[in-house]
Design a protein around this ligand. Structure first.
Ligand code: ACO
Length: 447
């Protein structure tokens, strides 16, 4: 940033205003500054030099909830929320959902390129051979109450993996990093399925290396007494696509948790556990669970208008879950893919009766000025829950499924953060509004 002297006349003004910069005049002092603009951003640290006196700390930007702050430079995921565009490493989400599979997309997200056949085979082989967890993890899981929420179990057991792999602390060693990446992507379906089996009081099912990533997960979830579990290819593909759709979504709440916690350099199990914790909340990964509960509460199509009225009159208290997004101000492209896929799934599972309520809700909301004015459209969670439910996943497992798909994105973002020389331990500032200095008063003297 450069500080310019006060201009005199138009010519002088044009001379000092560099292209690609922002001119700021501090009306407190009359001083004028030029702030470089790069990729549509100004550096918040450039504001620091704007002060009223030599001992002034300098200006900060105030941005609760990071509504307009870029916290990193990233090459992983591109979103244009206004136009409803989502791309991983440049590839449109619709094309990946159509032509790829989850493990290939995970490779793409992590490495930046689609794999060649030998690279793909090696990658799948590594993931397939890291799916087992230490037997002690099972004992750990046995300690949970029978009705423990699977997200609580998942976040705890992912953190517990840290204690099994002490070498994971070598986060600056690329080989050690990649070893943990294999493990986390491979083991999260195993932990997720164990959590489900625990809640059902069913024996845990070991991974089957003969099956695909998603097929193996389905057998660990649902296998009963069969000698050989037959994976339904339609459901296997549908779940695989759902994992693709959830694989990354740039700097959302859980990814920011992954990067933020990872920035103090714990091993990735600890950072991923924090990310799962962030995903658990009903405003993030817990929303699909809430959508199902909402649809059940509405109960029938004819009660939709009354519910929409309640949402509008609640002053923000009651939300239409699965609607709205911090970034998308248009139809979420992932919701479109899911909606199109739903019919194929329902052909196998039978139509989910809640679908009619969801369709009616979408129809009414998209015609209502309350929602259109605020640019509230269905997000990824609006239809995913209906599919999960039709596939026999209980609602508690919905955010867990999200976490399985998102693991590749969290890890890619974590690696990118570690390799970014500009990144340091994440430490936001605050604007202090509390009491000024005051003297301590002993308890007996307090009124
Ligand atoms: N239903 C009704 N009104 C809504 C909704 C909704 N789902 N979402 C936002 N609004 C309203 C707000 O009340 C606010 O109204 P106001 O201007 O009169 O105060 C306005 O729309 C703007 O909303 P914000 O809360 O400022 O938007 P923000 O970007 O902070 O929130 C969020 C985004 C959290 C996703 C929000 O839309 C929401 O809570 N949606 C429901 C939960 C949900 O579906 N979450 C999943 C998100 S996708 C994901 O995480 C994978």
């Amino acid at each position: 940033m450069t500080q310019a002297t006060a201009p005199s006349g138009v010519a002088a003004e044009q001379a000092i205003v560099a292209k690609g910069s922002l001119t700021v005049i501090d009306n407190r002092t009359g001083k004028r500054y030029e702030l470089p603009v790069e990729q549509g951003t100004v550096r918040a640290m450039d504001l620091r030099q704007i002060g009223v006196s030599a001992d002034d700390f300098g200006l900060m930007s105030y941005d609760p909830a990071f509504m307009n702050t870029a916290s990193c430079k990233s090459r992983i995921t591109f979103i244009d929320g206004e136009r409803g565009i989502l791309r991983y490493r440049g590839y449109p989400i619709e094309e990946l959902a159509e032509g790829s599979n989850y493990l290939e997309v995970a490779y793409l997200i992590l490495s930046g390129e689609l794999p060649t056949k030998p690279q793909y085979d090696e990658w799948v082989d590594q993931i397939t051979h890291h799916t087992m967890v230490h037997e002690n993890v099972k004992d750990l899981m046995m300690g949970f109450r029978y009705d423990a929420h699977p997200m609580g179990m998942l976040t705890s057991t992912v953190a517990a993996l840290s204690t099994f792999y002490p070498e994971a602390k070598e986060i600056h060693d690329p080989l050690a990093r990649h070893q943990q990446i294999y493990r986390l992507i491979a083991k999260i379906p195993t932990l997720a399925a164990y959590a489900y089996r625990h809640s059902k009081g069913l024996p845990y099912v070991y991974p089957d290396n003969e099956l695909s990533y998603t097929g193996n997960f389905l057998q660990m979830m649902f296998r009963m007494g069969e000698l050989e579990y037959e994976v339904n290819p339609t459901l296997e593909r549908a779940l695989d696509v759902l994992f693709i759709l959830h694989a990354d979504h740039e700097q959302n709440c859980s990814t920011s948790a992954m990067r933020g916690v990872g920035s103090s350099h714990p091993d990735p199990y600890i950072a991923a556990s924090a990310a799962i914790g962030a995903l658990y909340g009903p405003l993030h990964g817990g929303a699909n669970e809430q959508v199902l509960r909402m649809l059940r509460d509405i109960g029938s199509r004819d009660r939709v208008p009354a519910f929409v009225k309640e949402v509008k009159e609640s002053g923000g208290e009651v939300k239409l879950m699965g609607f709205g997004h911090r970034v998308y101000k248009n139809y979420d492209p992932r919701a479109k893919v899911i909606k199109e896929m739903a019919d194929r799934v329902f052909e196998v599972t039978g139509r989910n009766p809640l679908l009619d309520i969801a369709l009616e809700l979408e129809r009414i909301a998209l015609q209502d000025e309350y929602f259109t004015k605020r640019k509230l459209y269905p997000n990824v969670d609006f239809y995913s829950g209906l599919m999960y439910q039709a596939m026999s996943f209980p609602v508690d497992m919905f955010p867990v499924l999200f976490a399985i798909g998102r693991m590749s994105g969290w890890l890619a973002q974590w690696e990118e953060m570690l390799q970014d020389k500009e990144q340091k331990i994440a430490r936001p500032r605050q604007t202090y509004l509390g009491e000024d200095r005051r003297d301590f008063v002993p308890m007996n003297d307090r009124s």
